[in-house]
Design a protein around this ligand. Sequence first.
Ligand code: AGP
Length: 606
Amino acid sequence: MCGIVGILGSKPVATDLVDALRRLEYRGYDSAGIATVENGHLERRRAEGKLRNLESRLLSEPLTGRTGIGHTRWATHGRPTERNAHPHMSAKVSVVHNGIIENFRELKAELTAKGHSFETDTDTEAVVHLVSDELDQGRRPIDAVRAALGKLKGAFALGIIFAGEDDLMIAARQGSPLAIGHGRGEMYLGSDAIALAPFTDAITYLEEGDWAVMRRSGVEVFDRAGECVTRPLVKSVASSLLVDKGNHRHFMAKEIHEQPDVISHTLSNYLDMANARVAFPDLGVDLAKISRVTISACGTAYYAGLVGKYWIERYARLPVEIDVASEARYREAPLPDSGLALFVSQSGETADTLATLRYARANGQRIASIVNVRTSTIARESDAVLPTLAGPEIGVASTKAFTCQLAALACLAIALGKARGVISEAQEQELVTALVEVPRLISSMLHNEEQFVELAQALSKARDVLYLGRGSSYPIALEGALKLKEISYIHAEGYAAGELKHGPIALIDENVPVIVVAPEDDLLEKTVSNVQEVAARGGQIILISNANPEKIGCALAAHIVPPTAHPLTNPLIYAVPVQLLAYHTAVFMGTDVDQPRNLAKSVTVE
Ligand code: AGP
């Protein structure tokens, strides 16, 4: 994930900016830079690689300004070169950015036609020229940024400074977190409170859609509509914890809200966003020659793999075998020549998954793993590693790692389909464009949690809960049931909706809530008849669907409406409501959300 810092200081800020960036190194990066206001004009220093390269650049070419921004870049658009490193700037404005500007190509075309010349391959530079263009028309910096923000599409965080403005910094948050630090005659900006810990523990977290005008005397925060709002000042504990909860009550809540940001970064590792193509790392095997994929994992990671099965078979026309690792390791299944064995694991240390990996290697499979810990045992024993860039996941119940696993699997399915010649260029563009929209679509669900709080109170009274889904929504039903039972301790089961009449329907009565995961796709009609079977027996239906309720044709206890998305991306979108439902139910039940009873974050025993 990219890191953003900013300081309105009472003394030169260059050294403090680099120190703050050092506290964000855990996020991973491949270049860094800072920019300051020097006697009224903007100056910057950037360097490829680690912060020490930037420091030596500053030793030979120091900056003395008291207003500055800094950035550690995880390359998304454009290679990790100095030219593409942030901050990006014009003579009038300098910008640091975290996230994805989805409509940067259109903006770049418009601004180029107006005479702006672009020097990098980055999406961020579109923000520089957009704000500059507004300034060129005579707008004040605050009005220029307000106008520019209205034209941006995507999930992003921004830090902006201006030539001639020694006491002004503007920040904006749309999907990627931003924290503002309050000092004595100084103000600070950071991607999280960890970066600001050396300066202050008095933090204001911007909320979704907020933007802020910072001066040394304080900060004014505006919401998406431009109304001035008050955001709480909280005391951060970041100085004692490498990772802090931000302004969330639990790590699980913070990690659910980090999903737009971390999914962006995971996608950027596998996609060429600028050209809407997959840019998949070399797995050391010819993807076109793989005869079958065998997927093995446990728990939530297994459900991610199950979604992957639907995608790889549907989009790459390649057979997939999948099993929970605790069964696969003992089944002694025959494995095919030229087979790829794929292991999915957040921790990369799960004993059953590791044992199955070793069985697959002993049986001549090419080994690939999708892990969140790059240095883990499973990663080290794999021929190829596909990292999820979710950052540290502290909550025992996996959330952001799950959706990042899905992001990596979706990119793998497209890469396999392309290599096998079953996905055309046009289809590739369609699927990649759909993936790039996911962070924004998830963001749009994350600032409307009230409905889940109300539902949680009803769910908390249930003894049994059923989750139903079809197609690639079936694993999301399984995941939803796992989330609920592992943190609220309520018994819940996920079923393929078509299985209902083969037994589970005997469970249905007015005391059994039935949660139906049903995006408006080509399976909706079939699922609707299952919903009606439940309704006919007095079951309480909680529908999670973007479909019009009139299409369901029966009474609903509740209807959660995710945004409409491409069929490929529905599992990523629909994972969020089932996560929030489980989270708010557990909070209402008063269980230990981050450390549920009997559970461990990594099951390293058999
Ligand atoms: C998920 O919420 C659970 N914590 C658990 O099922 C977990 O997914 C499983 O133990 C696998 O862990 P891994 O991804 O680290 O291999």
